[in-house]
Design a protein around this ligand. Structure first.
Ligand SMILES: Cc1cc2nc3c(=O)[nH]c(=O)nc-3n(C[C@H](O)[C@H](O)[C@H](O)COP(=O)(O)OP(=O)(O)OC[C@H]3O[C@@H](n4cnc5c(N)ncnc54)[C@H](O)[C@@H]3O)c2cc1C
Length: 563
């Protein structure tokens, strides 16, 4: 049985940063990923990473923008840590080899991002995530003596001892179907987001909420699950992202009547208001008949000098051409709000520790909560790195003071039985995993999107309960062991249904409008009753149980939020 001080599930930016930090503390580390690490979804991050590095900027300004962006639901102690530590983290990345864009004067160059009062987003053209991920992966290889990499291994469940402590995980080698037990003194969930619960989404096929559901199933509370970010600029139909960097470089939004409509909704910040504000504005234009017939508004990137677009936004030039047939340097492109990011996740403290001893979470899987009701663009890469590092450090320190736990064989046997049961499901002509997943995503995008109400959410919950029944008997076609994505897809569907149920229950519970949650039946923010986190736990039942926790305030009292 492989045994490591720290086991990290997920090799995106949060996982890789955690691995390097844990190794630096002297721990032995295993990092595991269901895809090759550099294919982790962090690779898709485009626009950049925030830090108040310029002498005329300050971490306090960055923190206040983040608090305001979160619609005052973010925990201010965590936000302060993230913004204070950001400059050193970006410099560490630079020194490790990330070729950030530089200005004419040779200094690190920035671009403006939404909801920020200063241009503090550092970037590598519009492939920032890819640049960061490759540099971190080089560092992982450099530390190969301490860090074992398990690439293309799929974690199916977490292991707990009798006292409820997390002591490792069970994983399936995707290449040959072999199941293995991994013992660990500390486990860090760094397994990313859950965008695939919605269709369309900007998220890759691998973003199925595995770590959120696995942690929830062993009793870790989830927090802020109702807060799903709809990004203002995604392509209709396929959901592919047009980075906020486009608006940061100067692109404008127009409705079908040629009106630059953000003047009405956010006269000071215009296109660079917070994402929830811009998405709601677009959706209002579309709903009130001022959009284009394909249910979109227009993003005009021709406002940006062509040379600059070709240099700084070259990936979306390709996306526009290949996926919409549009040369964005010469004509506007049609976009609309699309599911992009989950602000909620596994509840942690500022060291990444969850309520389950031995279990940590960092990155998009986690909810620290630095994003609260709405994440500012370019704050997620920062979140992955700061809290990835902090959880790696803390997990290593915990591990170095204890003995190696052992996991009884029955845990592995239980997971093997779960897979055998999927493989042996009889094909009785019921629905396929892909059909159920399709219905889930389409339904979530209708009932739990930019605008929500009680009737739609109640219907959504009933649909999820039905889909859970259907999923429990959905037959698979591939019964083999080599790269059997069919079986993994069935497991992932179970995760997505659990996550979607928590999103809907949280959205039903929060009877107010805050950040990304806009309730048509409760259109105002209500600080008296709802300035609190909603936590969801499994607690032995099969519908999430609701509790609340206070929002941590340090220095910023809630104010009216205008841009
Ligand atoms: C198109 C796009 C552009 C974005 N641009 C930006 C940006 O410019 N700036 C910004 O700040 N944020 C951006 N974001 C958000 C940001 O990229 C993500 O929130 C962040 O990269 C998530 O990183 P992570 O390490 O938490 O997870 P991921 O990078 O998603 O990594 C998850 C890891 O977990 C592994 N995993 C998952 N389940 C299992 C399992 N069952 N078993 C084993 N391994 C598993 C995966 O293989 C992967 O290695 C963007 C997001 C999208 C979708």
């Amino acid at each position: 049985m492989p045994a490591h001080d720290v086991l990290i599930i997920g090799a995106g930016l949060a996982g890789q940063r955690a691995a390097l930090a844990a190794a630096r503390e002297g721990a032995t580390v295993a990092i595991m990923s269901k895809v090759h690490p550099v294919r982790s979804h962090s690779n898709a991050a485009a626009g950049g990473i925030n830090a108040a590095l310029n002498p005329d900027d300050s971490w306090e300004s960055h923190a206040f923008d983040t608090v305001k962006g979160s619609d005052y639901l973010g925990d201010q102690d965590a936000i302060e840590i993230m913004c204070r530590e950001a400059p050193n983290e970006v410099l560490w990345l630079e020194h490790s080899g990330v070729t950030f864009h530089r200005s004419e004067s040779g200094h690190l160059g920035t671009r403006a991002f939404g909801g920020a009062s200063a241009a503090r987003t550092y970037y590598v053209a519009d492939i920032t995530g890819q640049a960061l991920l490759h540099v971190l992966y080089e560092q992982l290889m450099k530390h190969h003596e301490q860090i074992d990499r398990y690439e293309e291994w799929f974690v199916t469940g977490l292991a707990q001892d009798d006292a409820g402590e997390c002591i490792g995980a069970i994983a399936r080698n995707i290449r040959d179907g072999a199941m293995e037990t991994f013992a660990a003194k500390a486990v860090i969930q760094a397994s990313g987001g859950a965008g695939q619960c919605f269709k369309p989404t900007t998220n890759a096929l691998i973003c199925t909420g595995d770590g959120i559901a696995q942690s929830y199933r062993i009793g870790a509370p989830l927090m802020d699950m109702e807060m799903i970010q709809y990004h203002p600029t995604t392509l209709a139909g396929n959901g592919i992202l047009i980075t906020e960097g486009a608006r940061g470089e100067g692109a404008h939004l127009y409705n079908a009547e040629g009106e630059r409509f953000m003047e009405k909704y956010a006269p000071n910040k215009m296109e660079l208001a917070s994402r929830d504000v811009v998405s709601r504005s677009e959706q209002t234009e579309i709903n009130e008949g001022r959009g284009f017939p394909d249910g979109t508004v227009a993003l005009d990137i021709t406002k940006v000098p062509r040379k600059r677009t070709l240099e700084a936004l070259r990936e979306i030039v390709n996306i526009g051409r290949d996926f919409a047939g549009v040369d964005i340097t010469r004509e506007p492109i049609h976009i609309r709000p699309g599911c992009h990011y989950i602000m909620g996740g596994v509840k942690t403290d500022t060291w990444g520790a969850t309520d389950i001893p031995g279990l940590y979470a960092a990155g998009e899987v986690a909810c620290v909560s630095v994003h609260g009701g709405n994440r500012l663009g370019a704050n997620s890469l920062l979140d992955t790195l700061i809290f990835g590092r902090r959880s790696g450090e803390h997990a290593a320190r915990r591990a170095l003071g204890m003995g190696m736990p052992s996991i009884p064989h029955s845990v592995l046997a239980g997971q093997q039985q779960m897979i055998d049961a999927i493989v042996s499901r009889a094909d009785t002509g019921g629905r396929r995993v892909s059909e159920i997943k399709d219905e889930l995503g389409t339904m979530m995008n209708e009932k739990c999107a930019v605008f929500r109400d009680e009737a739609g959410l109640t219907e959504a919950h009933a649909t999820i309960r039905r889909l859970k029944e259907e999923a429990s008997v959905a037959a698979v076609d591939d019964r083999g062991t080599v790269f059997n994505q069919d079986v993994l897809g069935a497991i992932e569907l179970g995760y997505m249904l659990d996550v979607a149920e928590c999103i809907v229950i949280g959205a039903l519970e929060r009877k107010e409008s805050r950040g990304a949650q806009f309730r048509l039946d409760f259109p105002e923010r209500n600080d008296d009753e709802w300035l609190k986190h909603i936590n969801l736990s499994v607690n032995g039942g099969d519908v999430p149980e609701i509790s609340y926790s206070p929002v941590t305030m340090t220095q910023w009292e809630p104010q009216e939020r205008t841009y």
